[in-house]
Design a protein around this ligand. Structure first.
Ligand SMILES: CC(C)(COP(=O)(O)OP(=O)(O)OC[C@H]1O[C@@H](n2cnc3c(N)ncnc32)[C@H](O)[C@@H]1OP(=O)(O)O)[C@@H](O)C(=O)NCCC(=O)NCCS
Length: 181
């Protein structure tokens, strides 16, 4: 399936390409950005490798991540990204994650992008359930998930190893039949 291009008031949301690797790496390699995230790219070359593989398996392939870039419509600047994890085996559930470059945080971009992507997943792709996994100390992300209408469904103790340390993980989720944009 071709990846979508989604327009919101201020953003164009579209598949990242290898041309975006340097800028993506620039904000994804900042400690305040990767602090609560499992993936911390070691180099722009690693990002190129990831994006090349991503385009080979394509959009909506079960058991893969697909990374959409968030571009300011005003001057086509990459300011963040959303990861979509198409969950196996049925591929009717999607894990979402979001990252905004620190220079552009707290302006409503994550909420604007995530709402539009959730509309696409539920209304266009007919996905059954959207989930997110988040560190209990990641207050910005938790607040965003609650505003997006996801509900806390679980707290897993020391269930994910991040850079050698076992961390807790919260599970947030919402069903298509109950979600209202
Ligand atoms: C979590 C994250 C994506 C949020 O991105 P963001 O674009 O700053 O999110 P938003 O702007 O939509 O919302 C953040 C806050 O800014 C506020 N805000 C929105 N528009 C605003 C504006 N114009 N002026 C001031 N504040 C504003 C929101 O109300 C919200 O505040 P609240 O949490 O007190 O309710 C971002 O902090 C991030 O990238 N963190 C690092 C990566 C990470 O941990 N990702 C999560 C992995 S699951």
């Amino acid at each position: 399936m071709e990846p979508p291009t989604i327009q919101t008031k201020r953003l164009e949301i579209r598949a990242l390409t290898v041309d975006d690797a340097e800028l993506f790496y620039a904000y994804r390699s900042l400690p305040e950005v990767y602090r609560f995230q499992q993936w911390m790219p070691e180099s722009a070359a690693e990002v190129v490798q990831f994006l090349t593989k991503m385009h080979l398996h394509g959009f909506d392939a079960a058991d893969t991540w697909f990374q959409l870039g968030l571009f300011l419509k005003s001057h086509d600047e990459l300011i963040g990204d959303m990861g979509l994890h198409f969950l196996a085996p049925d591929n009717e559930q999607v894990e979402i994650s979001f990252t905004i470059s620190p220079a552009h945080q707290r302006r409503g971009y994550a909420q604007e992008a995530a709402t539009a992507v959730m509309v696409h997943l539920f209304q266009r792709m007919n996905k059954h359930r959207i989930i997110a996994l988040v560190d209990p100390n990641n207050n910005d992300s938790i607040s965003l998930l609650e505003k997006l209408g996801l509900r806390k469904e679980g707290h897993f103790r020391k269930s994910i190893r991040i850079r050698g340390v076992w961390e807790d993980d919260l599970l947030y989720a919402v069903l298509r039949e109950e979600w209202q944009p």
